[in-house]
Design a protein around this ligand. Structure first.
Ligand code: GLA
Length: 382
């Protein structure tokens, strides 16, 4: 009799439990809609990740780009803190790399060429004499495939792209995966990269989001306070190629060892600042003991109270103060993005590493899996 009751009870309770379990899972599914069609007529999808604290990240399959990122300010007001466009057309025309995944090689390769295993590879020169951000049609202009891999307590969007052997001049078929993860409880967006190749190649992957933590892209970012966990940077020549030296930041406008206003020294009479028209340089990050995630940057915006921390497994970070924005680009809500209204913190290997054997290597070989992780952590200071 007792056994019979137990069986009957199990039949009654199981559907109830499993329905609520499914409902809970469904709750965590990422909302997906069509964002538009490319010029070639291919559908681009838009994934909306959100958590319990009002953080919302929107990612599209074109360029695996982060197109919107909403976080609360100190009064609980949620605003978008990244630059971008309202429609796909903007991203197709874009020359600023708003929010995009950058590859195969983030930042510049001198003279658009490098030698690997004795072979010279030629890349497009799309930035004066150099190759920038993977060439003319980098990963930011490619269509990625999105899959929702969410679990009960995290939303996970996996994006994959297969880059053909010889694409933009780079050797080897490269299978790349970028994963955006938003936990339900904690206010952080994790971006993980992995890649494999079938021939020796080079790669340097990053995300090119432009932040304005005030939530007001009409305002310059010069009033943000920046701290960088770095004691050296890689000085550049006039075409922004590292000259090979690791130079101390001590006593220079490049020292962000203590939280300092971005605008405090940006217009100083300094050769490096002149080359970049402001900050557009790679800082050498202090290594964490276990080689894992380490705090690279902390940014505080006083009017909103927003704090952004950037953690990474990468050895470098490009701090770019939006110097090339010139008020001609029409972004979200019709806003014309003026000079220095957004800044980038691109976690990366050093620019032009394939031509600098003393820099940490960017070579990937068959049988190896490249892995890298960057975490954007959001909080509030009263
Ligand atoms: C990177 C580069 C800059 C600039 C931007 C895009 O940050 O270092 O020089 O090209 O991308 O405009």
């Amino acid at each position: 009799m007792i056994r019979l009751c137990a069986i009957v009870l199990a039949f009654l309770v199981f559907p109830v439990l499993s329905t609520s379990f499914n409902a809970k899972c469904a709750e965590h599914k990422i909302r997906v809609t069509e964002f538009g069609k490319t010029k070639e007529g291919k559908a681009v999808y838009r994934y909306v990740l959100n958590n319990k604290n009002g953080v919302e990240a929107v990612v599209i399959t074109f360029g695996a780009a982060l197109v919107s990122l909403r976080t609360p300010d100190r009064n609980g007001k949620t605003e978008d803190i990244v630059l971008g466009y309202d429609s796909l057309d903007g991203y197709e025309q874009d020359k600023s790399y708003f929010g995009a995944t950058i590859g195969r090689y983030g930042n510049r390769i001198a003279g658009g060429q490098f030698t690997l295993d004795g072979i010279v590879f030629h890349l497009p020169k799309n930035d004066g004499p150099n190759c920038l951000h993977g060439g003319t049609t980098g990963f930011n202009k490619r269509l990625w495939t999105g899959v929702d891999r969410s679990r009960a307590d995290v939303q996970v969007l996996e994006l994959t792209y297969a880059s053909q052997d010889g694409e933009e001049g780079f050797p080897g078929t490269l299978k790349v995966q970028v994963t955006y993860t938003l936990p339900a409880e904690s206010n952080e967006l994790r971006i993980e990269y992995s890649a494999t190749t079938d021939k020796d190649t080079v790669l340097n992957l990053t995300n090119h989001s432009y932040f304005n933590l005030s939530g007001k892209t009409s305002q310059e970012i010069l009033g943000h306070q920046l701290l960088l966990h770095a004691r050296q940077f890689t000085p550049v020549d006039s075409t922004l190629i590292p000259i090979g030296e690791l130079r101390t930041v001590e006593g220079t406008p490049f020292d962000f060892g203590k939280s300092t206003l971005i605008g405090a020294r940006i217009n100083q009479d300094n050769e490096q600042l002149k080359y970049g028209r402001g900050y557009d340089h790679n800082w050498v990050l202090e290594k964490s003991e276990n080689g894992g995630l380490q705090l690279a940057a902390e940014v505080f915006e006083p009017t909103s109270g927003r704090v952004l921390e950037v953690l990474t497994t990468e050895p470098g970070i490009q701090f770019y103060s939006g110097n090339f924005l010139d008020g001609t680009v029409r972004g979200k809500g019709g806003q014309l993005y003026a000079r220095r209204t957004g800044f980038c913190l691109e976690t990366q290997h050093f620019p032009d590493s394939p031509n600098h054997p003393t820099f940490p290597s960017t070579v990937l070989k068959p049988g190896q899996t490249f892995r890298s992780e960057t975490v954007l952590r959001f909080s509030i200071r009263k």
